[in-house]
Design a protein around this ligand. Structure first.
Ligand code: IPM
Ligand code: MN
Length: 363
């Protein structure tokens, strides 16, 4: 009997649909060769949903997600929406799903593959010991979800605005716990990022993380202020292993980590809740400038599928096989435009085919 799973696929906007198709190639192999029975169904989200249903988050999509074991997400965003609407497409779709399914834990693994180290913008001597950083980002609290408001003058122009960074102990505790557990399985070095020299929410953050650290004497805990952390990551990325951050700081730091491993098109992301239900997406955006050109890098999408198998379906071995297939494709010299010298590159589809072919034959 093969194991049955349901995945809701939300390709979204921009390059989302193109890179998602490459992940489907891997799912089809899982069904044919790995004795899995993964039923995947597509739902609209973002601007592509707005065009059809006049909403960026249709009810049918929410239902589809509710009925599934995990969500595979592409990307969202479109300037045409911004000119039509006051609301935020991102808030009403992606952030809505994160909150609705309680996906408080975001995991982004930034790994520099030695084969493409020339595409890291950092100097050779800085990356000689490699980069392998896991960002654990709190995802449904902080300034993203605190009180916020515009205030208007009598001509209805915005005269002031505010957002609020708010955390309670429970929220900090549950994300920190995951970071400590992750550290325990790795190099046992954890860096917690905050701005406790200025922000009260950060004082609570640091205090709570310190309290939990008593439960993990084997993990070496460091605290860094966010400005310093950003600087140290650029200067000495190899000294970092697991980084724990709030929603806002994690957003910024994870892009920095993506940039130093060569391309944002390489960084997958898992957003999970207490029950292991999750949404998996490339950390890069919808990249409208390269939409439909068949040049986007599908690796982040394929690695996101790998994370889905690992964290939601607990198919750890298969997840490793996918990661190894990606590694092998890079080792064999296959490159998409973003990680090439702009001459010898292959298309999005070809990269999907290459990785699939390696995956079929992997032992
Ligand atoms: C990310 C993205 C989102 C975020 C945007 C699209 C709302 O940048 O997943 O990092 O800020 O969380
Ligand atoms: Mn981001």
């Amino acid at each position: 009997m093969s194991k049955k799973y349901k995945i809701a696929c939300l390709p979204g906007d921009g390059i989302g649909p193109e890179v998602m198709k490459q992940a489907y190639k891997i799912i089809n192999i899982l069904n044919n060769k790995y004795n899995l029975n993964i039923c995947y169904k597509e739902f609209l989200v973002g601007y592509s949903a707005f065009k059809k249903y006049n909403t960026v988050m249709p009810k049918s999509t929410i239902k589809g997600c509710e009925k599934s074991d995990a969500i595979l997400f592409g990307s969202i965003g479109d300037n045409r929406y911004k000119s039509l609407n006051k609301s935020s497409l991102e808030k009403d779709s992606l952030l809505y799903i994160r909150k609705k399914f309680n996906l408080f834990c975001n995991i982004r693994h930034a790994k520099l593959y030695s084969y493409i180290k020339n595409y890291s913008p950092l100097k050779k001597k800085i990356i000689k010991n490699g980069i392998d950083i896991i960002c654990i980002r709190e995802l449904i609290g902080g300034i993203y979800f605190g009180n916020s408001k515009f205030k208007y003058d009598n001509k209805m122009n915005i005269k002031s605005a505010y957002d609020t960074e708010k955390y309670n102990k429970k929220e900090i505790y549950r994300i920190a716990k995951i970071a400590f557990e992750m550290s325990k399985k790795r190099k046992k070095i954890l860096t917690s990022v905050d701005k406790s020299n200025v922000l009260k929410s950060s004082i609570l953050w640091r205090k709570t993380v310190n309290e939990i650290s008593n439960e993990y004497p084997e993990v070496k805990l460091n605290h860094l202020y966010v400005d310093n952390a950003i600087m140290q990551i650029i200067k000495n990325p190899s000294s970092f292993d697991v980084i724990l951050c709030s929603n806002m700081f994690g957003d910024i730091i994870s892009d920095e980590c993506a940039a130093i491993i060569g391309s944002i098109g390489m960084l997958p992301s898992a957003s999970i809740n207490e029950n292991g239900f999750g949404l998996y997406e490339p950390a890069g955006g919808s990249a409208p400038d390269i939409k439909n050109l068949n040049v986007a890098n599908p690796i982040a999408q394929i690695l996101s599928l790998s994370m889905l198998l690992k964290y939601s379906l607990k198919e750890v071995k298969i997840s490793k096989d996918i990661d190894n297939s990606v590694k092998k494709a890079l080792k064999l010299g296959y490159r998409t435009k973003d990680i090439s010298n702009k001459k010898n590159y292959i298309s999005t589809e070809k990269m999907g085919d290459v990785i699939s072919k390696i995956f079929i034959n992997i032992k």
